[in-house]
Design a protein around this ligand. Structure first.
Ligand SMILES: NC(=O)c1ccc[n+]([C@@H]2O[C@H](COP(=O)([O-])OP(=O)(O)OC[C@H]3O[C@@H](n4cnc5c(N)ncnc54)[C@H](OP(=O)(O)O)[C@@H]3O)[C@@H](O)[C@H]2O)c1
Length: 264
């Protein structure tokens, strides 16, 4: 990757914008003197050798690649002209056609990372407009590989679906971990021990799945076939409607993210 690439992050003071900037710097995709970041309220202390500005057009003019990372409801106020630039959005629900029209560039990529970009472990699906060339694709792959794992997907509908799926990042595994912790503490375990136990479970699960290259379903089946304590718990959880609850939650998430796009 060409490290003389000039990259700007609109909303660089925020959670995701800062995490992406950090991952890009760590991976050597951009040099700090070629990185521009914009803020709205307060200029953060981080990335002191990058260029910070409140003026988004100034950021665009200094950059070859512009990443928009403001909340969807704040996008209305971002009126930049990004002609000739590669524009990458990480905003949930904002469609490629709306981005092209508002920012006057044909080279638009819509992505949906998650909060694990902070530890370079995001899953990021993305889709590009027709005018995006192979060189631009390489840039997108490099940026989001620095943030974790990336996949180019076939339709914006896939992005809308994944918004409420992988875009939620640590939310759903944490929901399960939180229910487990509540139960453990109710049984008299200290919060400290319960927290260490569930956090280690989450980390171990991720690493094991990655090492074995298995589907989660294969692991579940192996435990059910073992017919031990875990199988008894899995069957009880399923009978109580675990799969149905997950399916209903994901369906609501998909509908919500699709409807965000309808209003942008
Ligand atoms: N966080 C996630 O897990 C996640 C996952 C997937 C997608 N996303 C997408 O990522 C985007 C950013 O989310 P986030 O969680 O990073 O939100 P965030 O922490 O609130 O960051 C957004 C930042 O944008 C700044 N901002 C707003 N308007 C601006 C403007 N006109 N010019 C410059 N900066 C401006 C905000 O400044 P203030 O300090 O003044 O508010 C804030 O620092 C959203 O569109 C979201 O859909 C986030």
């Amino acid at each position: 990757m060409n490290v003389s690439l000039r990259i700007g992050v609109i909303g660089g003071a925020g959670w995701l914008g800062g995490a992406i900037a950090n991952s890009m710097l760590n991976a050597g995709i951009v040099r700090s003197q070629h990185l521009s970041l914009s803020y709205r309220s307060a200029k953060p202390e981080r990335f002191p050798s990058a260029f910070w500005t409140k003026d988004n057009q100034e950021l665009v003019d200094r950059s070859d690649v512009v990443i928009i990372s403001v909340r969807p409801q704040d996008w209305e106020a971002v009126s930049i002209d990004a002609k000739q630039k590669l524009l990458i959005s990480v905003m949930a629900g904002i469609r490629i056609s709306a981005l092209r029209e508002r920012h006057k560039t044909e080279r638009v990529v819509r992505t949906l990372p998650n909060a694990a970009a902070e530890v370079s472990m995001s899953y990021t699906p993305w889709i590009a407009s027709k005018a995006v060339q192979e060189h631009d694709r390489d840039i997108v792959k490099a940026i989001f590989s620095a943030c974790g794992i990336q996949d180019e997907v076939k339709s914006e509908r896939d992005i809308d679906y994944l918004t409420g799926f992988s875009g939620t990042g640590p939310a759903f595994p944490s929901l399960l971990a939180s229910a487990m912790m509540e139960h453990a503490v109710g049984h008299g375990l200290s919060v400290d021990v319960a927290r260490r136990a569930v956090v280690t479970l989450l980390e171990g699960t991720g690493r094991l799945l990655e090492k074995r290259q298995e589907c989660p379903n294969d692991i579940v089946r192996a435990f059910v076939d073992y017919r031990g304590v875990t199988a008894a718990a899995i069957e009880e959880m399923r009978a109580a409607g675990l799969n149905e609850a997950v399916s209903r939650g994901l369906t609501v998430a998909f509908k919500r993210s699709e409807s965000m796009g309808d209003t942008s």
